[in-house]
Design a binder for this molecule. Sequence first.
Ligand code: GAP
Length: 517
Amino acid sequence: MAQQEDIFKKVVSHCKEYGFVFPSSEIYDGLGAVYDYGQNGVELKNNIKQYWWQYMVLLHENIVGLDSAIFMHPTIWKASGHVDAFNDPLIDNRDSKKRYRADVLIEEQIAKYEDKIEKEVAKAKKRFGDSFDEAQYRTTSARVLEEQAKRDNLHKRYQEVMNAEGGINLEGMKQIILDEEIVCPLSGTRNWTDVRQFNLMFKTEMGAAAEGASTIYLRPETAQGIFVNYLNVQKTGRMKVPFGIAQIGKAFRNEIVARQFIFRMREFEQMEMQFFVKPGTELQWFDEWKKRRMAWHQALGFGAENYRFHDHDKLAHYANAATDVEFKLPFGFKEVEGIHSRTDFDLSQHAKFSGKKIEYFDPEDNTSYTPYVIETSIGVDRMFLSIMCHSYCEEKLEDGQTRTVLRLPAALAPVKLAVFPLTKKDGLPEKAREIIDSLKFHFNCKYEEKDQIGKRYRRQDAIGTPFCVTVDNQTLEDNTVTLRYRDTMKQERVNISDLRGIIEDQVTITSLLKNLK
Ligand code: GAP
């Protein structure tokens, strides 16, 4: 675990050192849980978005795009339920004055019991060696059974308070925190306030106060922009159910427990798709979208073992199925994407609150209905973090040195090709620039002449550049260069005229899409 935490810390500082992610407003000491993407980060982020967009919109004939405004009519958030129910249960410790999410404190306590069980099992495995029967040990060891009973009892109480009639039982939550003797990690005391609900939406004012300014919200998800444009898109695009609308854009949540770098931010980006289907077919489509989205993730090549589904047993009242795609991060399997079967809840609510009829006339059987919706919703920043964590690698070389290399999928790398003149004289810089000028229309190239070649290779390894080319005196004679591959560090002499053919196929988003069967 400590080793994993170390890796995470290294990834965070690597992001800063190599121009991927900076704390926002850093010269003013930063702004909590808000980040800026630097010169390399913005390229990686754009590539992730392109990979998603091209898969969803270009490869699916029945999915179209949208770019709706961040500001929307305030009644939208009343209709969607966000004004009344987009809350986190909070609790304060009176001694440290620190605020926590009560549900997170309880979930961490559950995780502690689970951790203890796993440690017991691991110890026994070591003690008994090959003859160890894990299943039997889990059902007979007194210590394991004791911890399991504590965990199950807590889990049951937690489910009960979360699913109480009329919303979360806040008093019940506080009682669990007291009964479990959960202490504040800072003060070490159990001096807790009551648990209160806190709405996560940011508010602002539109129009000057004198003209009667109205309170509006910064959207906490992009999805509502899709729902309220359902009729516009369906009619003008003459879309036939089943069809989807995809959108990428910023979302804002006043997260209280904002930590783990860009995993939980107050300003972040989502890539969402609402797929409108005929009622009764939604669960079939839900399964289909689970398959398609998992295939999209796995086509990046990080290994199937790093992904899993986490099906929800607790469903929102309007949903009839929901799952998370979880990715293995240094701090455990975590949600990167949600796939939800949301029935006709959102469209019906908007019909009710706007007074407009929002239906689909199905020409196949002459019926009208409110379509059901399957939603796929993924965070760009979480995807970015997952990719960075899995690409970051410290490699021991034969000469005893360590190289830090970012093994990014080539199609996502910020720079695809770096071109180095061996020296700054004899016309080598000019030749190097000539190569860049002929290739820069096809993929992102970078020119570098500072320091010796070895150092230049290391700098490119650290930002994940899959190809480097060195121009030397022989280049001037025969138009060949040394091409060096990031992952194998293999070098070969190739003709300048062959470079585009060798590189382009491996660095386009299309090369990733081709991995999708
Ligand atoms: N429209 C559905 C929706 O917004 P969600 O599970 O709340 O569902 C979807 O969010 C995805 O957005 C998450 O899986 C996560 O990747 C990302 N996300 C949510 N809150 C986030 C935050 N505070 N910071 C970064 N990403 C976040």
